[in-house]
Design a protein around this ligand. Sequence first.
Ligand SMILES: *[C@@H]1O[C@H](CO)[C@@H](O)[C@H](O)[C@H]1NC(C)=O
Ligand SMILES: *[C@@H]1O[C@H](CO)[C@@H](O)[C@H](O)[C@H]1NC(C)=O
Ligand SMILES: *[C@@H]1O[C@H](CO)[C@@H](O)[C@H](O)[C@H]1NC(C)=O
Ligand SMILES: *[C@@H]1O[C@H](CO)[C@@H](O)[C@H](O)[C@H]1NC(C)=O
Ligand SMILES: *[C@@H]1O[C@H](CO)[C@@H](O)[C@H](O)[C@H]1NC(C)=O
Length: 453
Amino acid sequence: MWLSLGIVFSLGMLIPGKLSLKLQYDRDQVLHIVPETFQQVQHLQLLHSTLLLDLWKPLMPEDITAGEDLHIRVPAPLVQEVKDSLDQHMISYRVLIPDVQELADLSMPRERSSHKQVREGYVYTQYHPMEEIYEWMTQIQENYSELVTQNFLGMTFENRPMYYLQISQPSNKPKKIIWMDCGIHAREWISPAFCQWFVKEILQNYKSDPKIRRFLQHLDLYVLPVLNIDGYIYSWKTDRLWRKNRSPYMNGTCYGTDLNRNFNSSWGSIGVSFDCSSNVFCGSEPESEPETRAVAEFIRRKKSDIACFLTIHSYGQLILSPYGSTTKPPSNNEELMQVGKKAAAALTGKYGTSYKVGPPSLILYNNSGSSRDWAHMIGIPLSYTFELRDNGTYGFLLPADQIQPTCEETMLAVTTIMDYVYQEYLPGGAVVLTCSSLALSLCLSIVLTWTVY
Ligand SMILES: *[C@@H]1O[C@H](CO)[C@@H](O)[C@H](O)[C@H]1NC(C)=O
Ligand SMILES: *[C@@H]1O[C@H](CO)[C@@H](O)[C@H](O)[C@H]1NC(C)=O
Ligand SMILES: *[C@@H]1O[C@H](CO)[C@@H](O)[C@H](O)[C@H]1NC(C)=O
Ligand SMILES: *[C@@H]1O[C@H](CO)[C@@H](O)[C@H](O)[C@H]1NC(C)=O
Ligand SMILES: *[C@@H]1O[C@H](CO)[C@@H](O)[C@H](O)[C@H]1NC(C)=O
């Protein structure tokens, strides 16, 4: 009997292509529920724990709240049972995603773009697997060698190199750094797509767009396109809904730490789990993971030059400021809110996408150990998490045809923040010397006054 089991298993491993060991989510559904009473909240928590359902929003059952959105994935064999139970308890629900696998298949590029295609013109409106992103980074550095260097940051748990792109104009003026990382959570594919879009926009336009040219005279952009490379690859090859990195715990009985719970900011205190099978497992100690350590060591070294730390996620349409748990608000809370709101307004101006701005403890759920909180704690004044599209209609499975509008609108938010850094954070009065936007009206009015008289 053991022998035949062994044979079946090894045959299973041999089936090529789509049927390999990739997890399938055929006819799994994502339901949208807004519980109305505490009793309903309790029933949903019970359903979640007895049937092992997969919470998408919030991530932890204790954060289910009356009056707040709940998005939950129900495996196909349990869909009817769950719906019956909801009906019995008079909890109304709406099916957000009728077939998770169908949607997951849609976000895959229709034809795998070959390496040749990468060379002939990178397609920014598709999601790309990691090997293509590696090649893209090499290409970008070659094509824009006057401006871009690809720098080594560290190794992932599975021994893959992490690189960030440094966009920097040679200059002996003092400069400030804007840091942006994407893909800390594997399944949030729109995030790496945005980092690539951002780099493309800056590089394609810096010669013709005076605003970008001005930025680059005083700001260096450091972009880490995929932070959690092992997890990202795993989400392409094995489990589309994987979130964490891939380090083993408990002798390999469970895998992965939530890297955005692994930073040294109130680590392990709230909104985390110490169970390594949880999606919000915070690791064995702060910076226990090589990916976290690589980022943290680098940021610590550069912190006095970094004016702004941005980390890009999905989904929820939020700009989150520090802090994730209700310790006292940051000393520059007013500034953080004002700049965040201005960025959100610029974003909304493009396609009307609505965003909320504020700390997670007020507009999402409490959490600890995030990179955003940590970056602010060590002294970086502006620190935000972006939760990109959407609001749950497609959730983690945002179709590729939304890459372009999402990136276009997000670009406006990010450049609004860059503009603020440019105006407020440059050392040595660079602003006045270059007559930037703020000073421009003043310069103009002087010129005009002269002309009139
Ligand atoms: C690099 O330049 C080549 C030649 O102009 C172009 O075909 C290719 O698309 C560029 N690659 C990227 C990633 O921009
Ligand atoms: C892991 O395995 C080793 C050797 O088999 C054992 O001594 C150890 O207790 C195990 N650790 C855990 C956390 O299960
Ligand atoms: C985390 O921060 C505390 C102080 O807040 C410090 O004592 C500790 O060494 C830090 N740990 C790491 C891994 O940096
Ligand atoms: C976060 O925790 C604080 C204090 O325990 C609580 O008042 C607040 O409602 C919590 N926020 C959320 C979004 O649950
Ligand atoms: C998301 O927003 C759209 C448009 O604003 C709305 O129609 C839809 O119901 C919202 N979906 C959820 C899950 O809130």
